[in-house]
Design a protein around this ligand. Structure first.
Ligand code: NDP
Length: 458
């Protein structure tokens, strides 16, 4: 699309005074405008009594942080305004909605319960044509609540105007995964149980709670990371080949893969593990134990490290174990997919095969890297074998994840947003584990902050 073809957009950020807006959403918008000069009318809305000046200062700081050109910042500031609203109040909507042009975007950067109440009000009102709704995670708190929320949303606007945001799955991440797999002759034919033994998807953070107890203590690692982001990464990794990158085609195949997914043993007790960090040092900084963090309620028994094992019940992935693992306050940042290939059926007699390395492919997500472990001959003794890693660092995308998300919402292309049935499938898969953990059928292991996890998990 050429610059002049970019349509004007009105973006209403509900929750304009919140953390997501100033830390991620506005800087993301800045990176998008650096790449694509949309003509944006930005409206900030929340209950806090901000003045227009205070709002403009907030916007300016975020756009500067994203290194947007001063003339572009001025153009945004000239049109932006702040409105004082309670989104659960019908009269406030009646004042706002008639002023919104066609195809406006309502971005719900709100606590999830407030978003649901706002949608209940919207369902009773006449809306501008083509109004798009962007919803943040968590999308529901269970399968049942996700179904109820979907039902409510569908009474507001059609599915193709709903964008359930997963900031983790930026466009670059998804397209890299599809590109590596489907455009390489060496990978495409071996992407199945005949050649792949197991797949691990791991997102480990060195960061601890970072003052977000209010959110995290009600969710934990399984809901925060695995139920949404990691299951989607797995489905994109494992899905059948799309004929095109059309949103319906890709999202149908993601849903198809998730529908075939169950726990590895069908038993949540043997297919899941959980743990919580105790006090320790992360790269020289002392961190308190999770239960000593301000705002944490130990009675909630929230995990900070979660792991589940899954199978995909089709012939492509027969008996291939998929392990999804994510945690906080760990010793190293790990972020990506590890693919372990099966051994070759026969090693020619004469090679000393004790050290033959298995082929392993690592697809790193942040930073974007690709590495392949192969077996090669030792220089000093050609009968011996050793492992060699071929690796490449790929360029990061110029847009921050929220820039990519806003771009797709502005364009009206929901390729990377989570379709309603997909969100429900993700809850369906983890719900037996959540039930077993709630009943304390799975022990809560412990690990020292800054370590690689519980000793027993090694
Ligand atoms: P905050 O608590 O920081 O902000 C919530 C915002 O909602 C505030 O601006 C608040 O402003 C506004 N708000 C609350 N009630 C109303 C109301 N009735 N009418 C109008 N505005 C209201 O939350 P976050 O920004 O952290 O999170 C927002 C959403 O984004 C959540 O769903 C969260 O899960 C999700 N998210 C957050 C991330 C983050 O890093 N922060 C990352 C990924 C997702 P006021 O009180 O002034 O009205």
């Amino acid at each position: 699309m050429t610059d002049t073809a970019l349509p004007p957009v009105t973006l209403v950020i509900l929750g304009a005074s919140g953390d997501l807006t100033h830390r991620l959403l506005l800087p993301g918008l800045g990176t998008l405008l650096t790449e694509k000069p949309y003509d944006v009318t930005l409206i900030g809305a929340a209950m806090a009594p901000l003045t227009d000046g205070e709002w403009k200062a907030l916007v300016e700081a975020a756009l500067k942080d994203a290194k947007l050109r001063p003339s572009r910042i001025e153009a945004v500031l000239a049109k932006t305004r702040y409105i004082n609203v309670d989104v659960t109040n019908k009269d406030n909507w009646l004042a706002l909605l008639p002023n919104l042009p066609e195809n406006s975007v309502l971005y719900f950067a709100l606590p999830p319960a407030v978003t649901a109440k706002a949608c209940q009000v919207l369902a009773t009102l006449d809306l501008p044509k083509g109004l798009k709704l962007a919803l943040e995670k968590p999308f529901g708190t269970s399968l049942e609540s996700a179904k109820e929320l979907n039902h409510l949303l569908m009474s507001v606007v059609p599915e193709n105007q709903i964008f359930r945001v997963d900031h983790f799955l930026g466009k670059a991440t998804v397209l890299n995964l599809l590109g590596i797999r489907f455009t390489n002759r060496i990978f495409e034919p071996i992407w199945d149980c005949g050649d792949i033994e197991s797949v691990s998807i791991i997102v480990d953070e060195t960061l601890g709670l970072e003052g977000r107890a209010g959110y995290y203590d009600n969710n934990g690692a399984l809901k925060d990371m695995i139920q949404s982001h990691l299951l989607l990464m797995m489905a994109i990794f494992a899905m059948e080949e799309p004929a095109s990158l059309d949103e319906r085609e890709v999202r149908d195949l993601i849903a198809h893969t998730l529908r075939a997914t169950t726990l590895w043993t069908d038993d949540p007790v043997t297919s899941s593990r959980r743990a919580r960090y105790t006090s320790g040092q992360i790269h020289g900084t002392q961190v308190p134990g999770y239960v000593e963090e301000p705002g944490v309620d130990p009675a909630k028994n929230t995990e900070t490290l979660a792991e589940i094992s899954l199978r995909i019940n089709n012939s492509r992935w027969h008996d291939v174990k998929f392990t999804l693992h994510s945690g906080k306050a760990l010793g190293d940042e790990r972020n990506g997919i590890t693919v372990l290939f099966r051994p070759v059926p026969h090693i020619p007699t004469g090679f000393v095969d004790g050290d033959i390395a298995r082929n392993v492919l690592w697809i790193g997500m942040k930073p974007v890297t690709l590495a392949l472990q192969v077996s090669t001959n030792v220089a000093s003794d050609r009968f011996k074998l050793e492992s060699t890693v071929l690796s490449a660092d790929l360029d990061d995308a110029p847009l921050r994840p929220y820039g990519e998300i806003l771009d797709e919402i502005f364009e009206g292309d929901p390729l990377l947003s989570v379709r309603g049935d997909i969100a429900e499938e993700c809850w369906r898969i983890v719900e037996p584990v959540l039930d077993a953990w709630e009943k304390n059928l799975v022990p809560m292991d412990e690990y020292t902050a800054g370590w690689a996890g519980p000793n027993a998990w090694r």
